[in-house]
Write a protein that binds this ligand. Structure first.
Ligand code: NAG
Ligand code: NAG
Ligand code: ZN
Length: 276
């Protein structure tokens, strides 16, 4: 009864939010993205856009990676160990086009190796950034968590397209109004987000864990990655709506953790070839 009372007291607020015109709510302080995914703005030149991005070219624990399940170098844990909990948003919540992704600020908690993290936001990539045994997926969602010491842990969920069979209500609703926010700085509303689906997915799946980096500049390392093995599905309609707004925003897979950065390797091998 108590929760019903809370829900009905929120109803007027929710209906007001439903009529928000995203174009009227574009943030005046919005700063355009400082990087992109094509040409000299793209991942092969992120280090050239700012001296702060040097880890993109020289880091040896960079993300994303292609996870080789037979190699055994990426530990697998049961997802229930993460104790993932997300808040639900019964009337939807804000979603913003950042120019490089579409992001939903949200709350939740995660526990990894005894360390507590709080959710900051989740966002999307097309196509997936991680690959499993070199298989790519249509999209990937990243749930970004931060600990009190400011270190980050990210839960990556692979999303594929299904022409029949069950689709993810959570991601379908997260993206249901994505066509309303086509431009960088646009802010809109998601549909209702029920967190149980994501909590159940993660707790019932194997999860690959490795120490990697941000997949966007400045490519900072020390990010504790959790890539959920079981994918979820959205309809072709949802995928195409998301793709038309997100465009291509996926960094190429990096060398295996601990191995030389592929850009550093290119510098050395091109230099050696020129010396011959
Ligand atoms: C997350 O929680 C904080 C603190 O309670 C609150 O101020 C904020 O509005 C919440 N964010 C969302 C998206 O609900
Ligand atoms: C990640 O790094 C931390 C600290 O360096 C270490 O304790 C942990 O075992 C590493 N985890 C993985 C999965 O490599
Ligand atoms: Zn991401």
């Amino acid at each position: 009864m108590k929760s019903l009372a809370i829900i009905s007291s929120l109803a007027p607020l929710a209906s007001a939010l439903c009529y928000r015109d995203p174009s009227l709510h574009a943030r005046s302080e919005f700063t355009p993205p400082s990087f992109g995914y094509t040409g000299l703005q793209g991942p092969l030149n992120w280090h050239g856009l700012s001296a702060d991005n040097i880890a993109c070219a020289e880091g040896t624990h960079q993300s994303p990676i292609s996870i080789d399940t037979s190699a055994g170098n990426i530990p697998v844990v049961k997802g229930e160990r993460l104790s993932l909990e997300l808040d639900s948003y019964f009337f939807g919540t804000e979603v913003e086009n950042l120019g490089t992704t579409v992001e939903v600020p949200a709350n939740g908690t995660l526990n990894r190796d005894g360390k507590a993290y709080n959710l900051v936001q989740f966002h999307f990539h097309t196509s997936s950034e991680h690959r499993i045994d070199d298989e790519t997926y249509a999209m990937e969602a990243h749930f970004v968590f931060r600990a009190e010491d400011q270190s980050l842990s990210v839960v990556g969920i692979l999303i594929d397209v299904s022409s029949h069979g069950p689709t993810s209500r959570f991601f379908t609703n997260a993206l249901s109004n994505v066509h309303d926010i086509p431009h960088a700085g646009d802010i809109g509303e998601t549909g209702p987000l029920f967190s149980g689906e994501i909590e159940d997915l993660v707790s019932g799946s194997d999860v690959f864990q490795y120490n990697g980096s941000l997949t966007t500049p400045p490519c900072s390392e020390g990010v504790a990655w959790n890539v959920v093995r079981d994918p979820v599905y959205v309809s072709a309609k949802t995928y195409r709506a998301a793709k038309s707004v997100l465009r291509f925003n996926s960094r190429y897979t990096q060398n295996a953790p601990g191995e030389i950065n592929l850009l550093q390797n290119a510098v050395e091998t091109i230099g050696a070839a020129n010396d011959e």
